[in-house]
Design a protein around this ligand. Structure first.
Ligand SMILES: C[S@@+](CC[C@H](N)C(=O)[O-])C[C@H]1O[C@@H](n2cnc3c(N)ncnc32)[C@H](O)[C@@H]1O
Length: 237
């Protein structure tokens, strides 16, 4: 067997080292195969605006921003210390001008966002995916990609492994998320068994419901959410 060079990540040494170190911690960055799939989805969509739920230490964000030089990214994190480390990484790699980093609970931040995103990377609290879905649909650009990571979670979701008692409700909420995206006529969804499972949903081009839900989200925002908390793709540019 010869040596092959089929590594689609081709990341620099520093980012590779950060990613390797990150695999030891809690809430690690997306694994290599999932990241490669995410980058492929971003390229296929020609993404210029992206939203990430769950910044962590900013490592997947760095990969996206390095691979797509025209991309602007909004990313949400509720852990202040992690967000600080992510900000330091963005500065170290010189991408800080293309990032809008928001601190807070995604459930509260998401309804304040404006604009439409070509790519949404959903990598925050798993039990909340199904609750975020209506708002996220409203934030997707036409043919936008909603990439949800860890949807199979150790086999607990599709029944191939028994979840521990205290994880049963997360598994049930993830099943609800998968049921919702697969039964939604506005979305084309594929389930990929990379990492802990990724559900990739594409908003169909002619999606009346998404437009209506988007309008409802924006109307609600106009009625009650303070302007100071707003940020998003449109405001960033
Ligand atoms: C798997 S890590 C994110 C990794 C990152 N996306 C990457 O691939 O490099 C999940 C992150 O979501 C954050 N998180 C958890 N609950 C959250 C919430 N309600 N709102 C915002 N962020 C949250 C956690 O603090 C954690 O940093």
């Amino acid at each position: 067997m010869g040596t092959h060079h089929w590594d689609s990540l081709r990341q620099g040494e520093r980012l590779a080292a950060l990613r390797k170190a990150g695999t030891q911690g809690l809430d690690p960055a997306a694994p290599d195969d999932t990241l490669a799939l995410l980058l492929a989805a971003a390229h296929m969509r020609g993404a210029r605006t992206a939203l990430e739920i769950g910044t962590g230490e900013g490592l997947t964000a760095l990969s996206l921003l390095s691979e797509l030089p025209d991309l602007r990214l909004t990313t949400i994190e509720n852990d202040a210390a992690r967000r600080e480390r992510a900000l330091a990484h963005f500065a170290e790699f010189g991408v800080q001008d293309r990032v809008c980093s928001l601190e807070g609970d995604a459930a509260l931040v998401l309804p304040t966002l404006g604009g439409r995103y070509d790519l949404i990377f959903l990598d925050g609290p798993k039990a909340q995916y199904v609750h975020y879905l209506p708002v996220l649909k409203g934030l997707l650009a036409p043919r936008g990609v909603l990439f949800a990571d860890d949807v199979l979670l150790y086999g607990w979701v599709d029944g191939s492994a028994e979840p521990p008692q205290k994880r049963r409700s997360i598994a049930a909420r993830l099943r609800e998320y998968l049921d919702a995206v697969f039964s939604d006529p506005d979305l084309y969804t594929v389930l990929c068994r990379t990492g802990e499972g990724a559900a990739i949903s594409v908003l169909r081009e002619k999606s009346g419901r998404a437009e209506r839900e988007g309008a409802a989200v924006f109307a609600a925002r106009e009625q009650g959410v303070p302007a100071a908390g707003r940020a998003g793709a449109e405001e960033e540019q």
